[in-house]
Design a protein around this ligand. Structure first.
Ligand code: IDP
Ligand code: MG
Length: 149
């Protein structure tokens, strides 16, 4: 089953949105496979965002991610990478649809409260980076109520 990496950024933690965000993924029917509150160092944040290292906003982005604790999560489910991106909303909250997390709770691109993997392959890399000791292998008893088989 597909997995994605979701991170509640420091502004999402500071603004008390952890429960609300976990709730949205849970209620959708996805399964939580890993979760931790963690403060990351500059080198780790640079590694996570290494694909963006040439962007002019890169150092500000890294400053933002290391500015406080983040909540790192792994969610599992059918098409969870793309559906997770839809739940999160567009990168710039000014363009994120109402009903999405960024559309409902954020204003600026540099304070957009949440990260979600953009592809199955990047999810695999990000999960390996953030959860080097692995995740929890369990299946929800709700599975047959969410999936046909
Ligand atoms: P994503 O988070 O929607 O996948 P990416 O393009 O991967 O968007 O960018 C990663 C993060 O970098 C964004 O979530 C946002 O916090 C920040 N970012 C992206 N573009 C800009 C920008 O133009 N100015 C400031 N920050 C940006
Ligand atoms: Mg991205």
């Amino acid at each position: 089953m597909e997995q994605t990496f979701i991170m509640i950024k420091p502004d999402g933690v500071q603004r008390g949105l952890v429960g609300e965000i976990v709730c949205r993924f849970e209620k959708k029917g996805f399964s939580l496979k890993g979760l931790k509150l963690i403060s990351v160092e500059r080198a780790f944040a640079e590694k996570h965002y290494e694909d963006l290292s040439s962007k002019p906003f890169f150092s500000g982005l890294v400053d933002y991610i290391i500015s406080g604790p983040v909540v790192a999560m792994v969610w599992e489910g059918k098409n969870v990478v793309s559906t997770g991106r839809n739940i999160i909303g567009a990168t710039n909250p000014a363009a994120s649809a109402p009903g999405t997390i960024r559309g409902d709770y954020a204003v600026e691109i540099g304070r957009n409260i949440i990260h979600g993997s953009d592809a199955v392959e990047s999810a695999r890399k990000e999960i390996a980076l953030w959860f080097p000791d692995g995740t929890v292998n369990w299946q929800s008893s709700l599975h047959p109520w969410i999936y046909e088989c």
